[in-house]
Design a binder for this molecule. Structure first.
Ligand code: G3P
Length: 217
């Protein structure tokens, strides 16, 4: 499973990129607003940090507007992926951009039927939102399972990009189900390394090593 980081914070992206764990970045208008930075400038900076796919979302809601914005965003760097909302205009834009050879990420997916439409429109990625379904007492992971089955039934190449991930268990369950990508907030991604027995074991090893009075160097 590929890891994308869900943020527009370039310091966080740089740190994660240096670990070799990062396969790409996703942003959305809320994350851009949180960064307090110019949209195109921050996308350009992110694309210079990572060679992975970087999702930049259009703000227009009509087909013509989406295509115009997509052309501007796509020109920023070769690894820009155009993020489009799951609406009829978004699907039309997805089809056109796919035909032009531009990668797309169809976002705000909350049902398997929506995911089926996005695949038929040629989306590179579909972004089903797990956490926002869980917030409503609907099993977000069940949506990932359904999409995996449907895409496998018909051999769709669209990659399942599990989004709105809130917990370490979301990440593990997405990997078990077979999501192609998980886009994870930086704190959750960094938290995956933690285990109290790792910390306890390391403390014990270091204490015993100190008793030997030796040095490796
Ligand atoms: O980028 C889309 C998605 O990951 C947003 O997550 O936590 O705002 O539901 P969240």
């Amino acid at each position: 499973m590929k890891f994308f980081v869900d943020t527009a914070d370039t310091a966080e992206i740089k740190e994660l990129e240096s670990t070799g764990l990062l396969d790409g970045v996703t942003t959305n208008p809320s994350l851009i607003a949180k960064s307090g930075r110019d949209f195109k400038e921050v996308i350009a900076e992110i694309c210079a940090i990572t060679q992975g796919d970087v999702s930049a979302e259009v703000a227009a809601t009509d087909f013509d507007g989406m295509i115009k914005e997509a052309h501007v965003l796509r020109a920023i760097a070769d690894n820009v992926v155009i993020k489009l909302p799951l609406t009829f205009d978004g699907l039309k834009a997805c089809k056109q951009l796919t035909e032009e050879g531009t990668k797309t990420n169809v976002t705000l997916c909350f049902s398997a039927n929506q995911a089926l439409l996005a695949a038929k429109a040629g989306a590179t990625y579909i972004s089903p939102f797990i956490g926002r379904l869980d917030d409503l007492n609907i099993d977000g992971l069940e949506l990932i399972r359904e999409i995996r089955v449907i895409y496998d039934n018909y051999g769709f190449g669209t990659e399942i990009l599990a989004a709105s991930i809130r917990t370490a268990n979301h990440v593990k369950d997405c990997a078990l189900i077979g999501a192609d990508v998980a886009t994870v907030p930086p704190a959750t991604l960094k938290g995956l390394v933690k285990h109290p027995l790792t910390d306890k074991g390391l403390d014990a090893f270091l204490a015993d090593w100190a008793k030997t009075g030796q040095s490796v160097l």
